[in-house]
Design a protein around this ligand. Structure first.
Ligand SMILES: [Zn+2]
Length: 1014
């Protein structure tokens, strides 16, 4: 994300290439470990059985040819003389535990014949009045009772990728149904759903069970609100046109933009100053929590609308995505840490039919001896150990000691039946390119230095394991056994018949081998300082890393500086080709060409290996292929184009350090349950589906979010509330198996207007973003953009139709308050790096990398990428006292009109800063901040703190901005006004409200959409 299209010295014109083979469904022969547990337990037999490393045929002594004498550690002779063990068949040594499994929701719901509860309030209601205490219930041994649960019919890991399309490959993100998306000439069938859900004689449906409209974020009830709609947000972004009728002001339940001549505006169409702009960034929705105080925090779950439609016909009129964004490990709000409950001795209470975890919305009855599941309505027995009496109001008397019954988020320590093997230790394995470019760019040195500086802070303390492989045209293994004083390097040059020497000593305990590790990392840069090898045996090195790691799993961090050139998985300079853009071959640039990458990703996921790719090439490096490794293993792509230590060091250091030290959940699986009649139809993000609804996440952390879409299974929902429960089963770094459970309730409504009022733009845009980026993998960029626009148009049209009868809308565009930023975010999405323009508007690698980032970003980070902060700082630098710490800059509209040539501005998208100096900025400021550097080429200047108050204040500002979100480190790029082309590609092309590269300005976009609404 560092450099961009306009500066593109290395762009090569590549010849056309054939269309890549289609995405083959992946059907591995053996399923995986660590799944969320079941009783009937198909997965207990699923430990990877005798995985044969695909290449090796034994200790074939390769003719290792270490590049001439440059390995100080080669205390081992070439490979032929080393007594290598056979590569260990992975995965066999673990004990198997019988484990319960979640049955698919669909199966559970089929069997349901129970009446559904109809709670009249949001608090658990007892189903029976309080009666005198009977004897506590018998100690129910609930485990056997699970045994009648039908096992999932599909074999694990070969499951469909959407529940409605069993034949789909289990890879996410490939041509999938994208309801309502415009999809001409699809290579894969799209299945229209939610369409045509007309229900004859639809009975009147009760109104939503949330009469209150308190809170400034809620729209007012359709009629009423003496405060009037004008009071809401009018101050900073609303433009209510001249009232065209006197009644309107009192009755309107919507916001509007007047399109037509506006007095005093130069633009004949629109008063651009008053357009709604998300200058406060993402505001976490509160309405949901106000309605249901026991819901989990919106950081963990955000629905695209905080209510569910009661019927298919409503769904079909909603047009926006119906779904949610889930971030199971989001950093907890201060003071709301997730409580950890240990029920290892008594067992965790779950519904015996649908496997829902006990939560605040279950209801206790029969004097406390039974509980009713809020998801499937089954009446369950309360096990003796969990029994508590009910008080006069039907509440358990021990409620205060049971966080799982009062809080939307809780974590359970899982007993052994939730394990198919002992909890794995944290494993960090590094695969590092040491070819000439990795060395000369300084990458190797920064990586070695950063890893060393983090060794004390890896999660897992004494359990953590670590290992290294380096590669150029050969593969170098390192024996780090704690008994050694120096690591031993073992080089393997036979790339076709890879085997792993000393498989037991390549992955070592961090604490025990600390001295060897320190020695290794200290000398790693110098070991290769004279390496002139230009080749990259990346694929074979990756296979080697897999073979070392497959016994335990863990995180594989890949540092790649050169296009893979040797052995399996070598990639060619297919690159960008202007002639391909606009043709039906365009999308193939953005997907992996060689099936090797997807196969490796699938194998890694199976063995609990998550891959993070750090790509640093200064040339085309095929992020489309490399990124596949992260995509299907729950990993992440970091991209530093043209990495140079002098410029990018801090960024790499911070981001790598965060990656190494952030709390990580290992060997995880995630399942989301929801109430009867609703089901999840698609999942979007970095993971692999293990069965129809089980996401395999070898490693997961707070920076990963997933989008899901849902649909109604039946024509009509019969309940008034729908519940969601996210369950993440994982191994903590401390070695505990745990289940993190988030539960939320949402009302069912029969009023389309209510759905719009309750919409969450952040969640909607996050889902749109993922759908659109996935769409670029099968279609042209233009089609992906059009699909976003079309759905916005359809939604606004539908919304308009709700009011056009009562109101004279004239030339006004109307929208609900909740969606006031939908248009600008929609435009920003179409102008984002993955989707913008065509060939000339972003480099291919940059597009793919940005796409990977946006596919995993939580809502708040994503919205900041789409509509970054722009702030003016020169006045603060000049006027404020040097000790002032509370600076609150107002954020400015993202348009060149916001830039004053006397000012200094910071543009912050969460990934980088652009520091812009106006042409007429005071020499005093320039001198203080940059000294003599101001006169030189700013592209080569790095900002650093100087010994003067102004410079110190700037440092403070940058620190504060960085502190607001640590997921990426914003490197500061400097540019001065009029310095072309840098000003354009760094800043101007990112001012999303302006007309750039032939794409609409904000005002044009609104007018274009308005025309389509007529
Ligand atoms: Zn249930």
């Amino acid at each position: 994300m560092e450099s961009t299209g306009a500066e593109n010295p290395n762009r090569v014109n590549f010849s056309q290439r054939p269309v890549p083979p289609g995405m083959r469904p992946f059907t591995p022969s053996s399923p995986m470990v660590g799944s969320e547990p079941p009783v009937s337990n198909p997965l207990a037999h699923t430990i990877p059985q005798t995985f044969m490393p695909p290449l090796s045929s034994g200790p074939a002594a390769s003719q290792a040819a270490p590049p001439g004498g440059m390995y100080p550690y080669t205390s081992m002779p070439p490979m032929s003389s080393v007594p290598y063990g056979n590569p260990r068949p992975a995965g066999t040594p673990f004990q198997r535990f019988p484990t319960p499994q979640f049955p698919p929701i669909a199966q559970a719901s089929q069997a349901s014949t129970l009446p559904t509860p109809t709670p009249s309030s949001f608090h658990p209601q007892p189903q029976a009045p309080f009666v005198s205490m009977g004897s506590p219930p018998q100690n129910i041994n609930h485990a056997p009772s699970f045994a009648n649960i039908p096992p999932p019919s599909s074999s694990p890991f070969s499951g469909p990728w959407t529940t409605s399309q069993p034949a789909r490959p289990s890879f996410s993100g490939y041509p999938s149904k994208e309801p309502n998306m415009v999809a001409p000439t699809p290579p894969v069938q799209t299945t229209p759903f939610n369409q045509g859900g007309f229900i004859p004689n639809r009975p009147p449906v009760t109104s939503a069970p949330f009469p209150s409209y308190q809170g400034s974020h809620m729209g007012p009830p359709p009629i009423a609100a003496s405060s009037g709609p004008y009071s809401r947000d009018q101050m900073h972004h609303q433009s209510y046109g001249p009232p065209s009728g006197t009644l309107q002001g009192l009755l309107e339940d919507f916001n509007s933009l007047t399109i037509g001549s506006v007095p005093g505006s130069l633009d004949p169409g629109l008063d651009t100053k008053s357009l709604p702009r998300p200058l406060d960034g993402d505001v976490e929705p509160k309405a949901f929590a106000e309605m249901y105080p026991m819901n989990c925090h919106s950081r963990y779950l955000r629905l695209s609308t905080n209510c569910l439609p009661t019927s298919q016909s409503l769904v079909s009129r909603w047009h926006l995505p119906l779904g949610a964004v889930v971030c199971p490990l989001a950093e907890a709000p201060v003071g709301e840490e997730v409580p950890i409950q240990n029920y290892v001795s008594t067992g965790i209470i779950r519904c015996r039919k649908c496997r829902t975890y006990v939560n605040p919305y279950v209801t206790f009855t029969d004097s406390g001896r039974k509980w009713r599941c809020n998801i499937c309505a089954l009446l369950n027995d309360v096990p003796g150990e969990y029994f508590a009496q009910l008080d006069a109001s039907g509440r358990r008397i021990d409620l205060n000691e049971r966080p799982e019954l009062t809080k939307g988020s809780v974590e359970f320590v899982a007993p052994t039946e939730y394990m198919v093997r002992p909890p794995m230790p944290p494993v960090y394995f590094f695969l590092i390119d040491v070819s000439i470019s990795a060395v000369q760019s300084g990458m190797l040195e920064v990586v070695a230095e950063t890893i060393k500086s983090c060794l004390d802070n890896f999660p897992g303390s004494s359990r953590t394991q670590i290992g290294f492989i380096t590669f150029d045209s050969t593969i170098h293994f390192y024996n780090m056994k704690s008994s050694l004083t120096q690591p031993q390097m073992l080089a393997v040059s036979d790339l076709d018949d890879i085997f792993v020497p000393l498989p037991d000593d390549l992955l070592v305990n961090l604490s025990e081998s600390r001295a060897v590790l320190d020695a290794f990392l200290d000398s790693l840069p110098s070991m290769f300082q004279n390496n002139y090898n230009v080749e990259s045996a990346f694929g074979p090195a990756l296979k080697s890393a897999f073979m070392v790691m497959s016994r335990l799993g863990g995180k594989l961090l890949i540092f790649q500086s050169t296009l893979p050139s040797l052995g399996v998985g070598r990639l060619r300079l297919r690159g960008d080709d202007v002639r391909v853009y606009g043709t039906d071959k365009e999308h193939s640039l953005r997907i992996s060409e060689d099936p090797f990458y997807k196969q490796m990703a699938a194998d890694c996921t199976k063995y609990q290996i998550a891959i993070n790719v750090y790509a640093m090439s200064d040339k085309y490096t095929d992020i489309a292929s490399l990124g596949t490794l992260a995509k299907y293993t729950g990993g992440q792509v970091y991209y530093y184009p043209g990495f140079q230590s002098a410029i990018h060091k801090e960024k790499l250091k911070h981001e790598l350090a965060r990656d190494l030290t952030r709390e990580t959940a290992w060997e995880a699986v995630m399942r989301i349950r929801c109430g009867k009649g609703v089901r999840f139809t698609s999942y979007h993000g970095n993971f692999m589906l293990r069965s129809t609804d089980l996401l395999a996440l070898p490693a997961v952390d707070c920076d990963k979010a997933y989008a899901v879409q849902l649909s109604l299974e039946e024509a009509l929902l019969t309940t008034q509330t729908v519940y969601f429960q996210i369950a993440l089963l994982y191994t903590s770094s401390s070695g505990e198996r745990r289940i993190r459970v988030h539960t939320a309730a949402a009302p069912v409504v029969s009023d389309l207007g209510e759905m719009y009022r309750q919409a969450d733009t952040g969640a909607i845009v996050s889902i749109f973003c993922r759908l659109a980026i996935e769409k670029t993998l099968s279609y042209k960029l233009e089609e992906a953009r059009n699909s976003v626009q079309q759905r916005i148009v359809k939604a606004l049209k539908e919304y308009r139709s709700l009011y056009s009868v009562q109101h004279r809308l004239g030339g006004r565009m109307i929208y609900p308050e909740s969606l006031r930023f939908l248009l600008i975010y929609g435009l920003a999405l179409c102008k984002s790096i993955p989707l913008r323009g065509g060939y000339a508007d972003a480099q291919l690698d940059e597009r793919c990398a940005a796409g990977h980032t946006m596919m995993t970003s939580p809502v708040t980070s994503l919205l900041k990428i789409l509509y970054p902060d722009l702030i003016r700082i020169d006045e603060y630098l000049v006027k404020s006292s040097p000790h002032e710490v509370n600076f609150n800059f107002s954020r400015l509209p993202l348009t060149a009109d916001s830039l004053d040539s006397r000012g200094v501005y910071i543009y912050d998208d969460g990934c980088r800063f652009i520091l812009w100096f106006g042409r007429m900025v005071s020499p005093d400021i320039a001198m203080n901040l940059l000294g003599d550097d101001f006169a030189t080429d700013l592209s080569k200047v790095a900002i650093h703190e100087r010994d003067n108050p102004m410079s110190k204040k700037l440092t403070k500002i940058l620190e504060k901005l960085r502190g607001s979100d640590n997921s990426y480190y914003q490197l500061c790029h400097l540019v001065r006004q009029g310095e072309q082309p840098r000003e354009s590609f760094l800043l101007l092309s990112n001012l999303v409200e302006d007309q750039v590269s032939g794409m609409n300005s904000y005002a044009d976009w609104i007018m274009q959409i308005q025309r389509q609404l007529q």
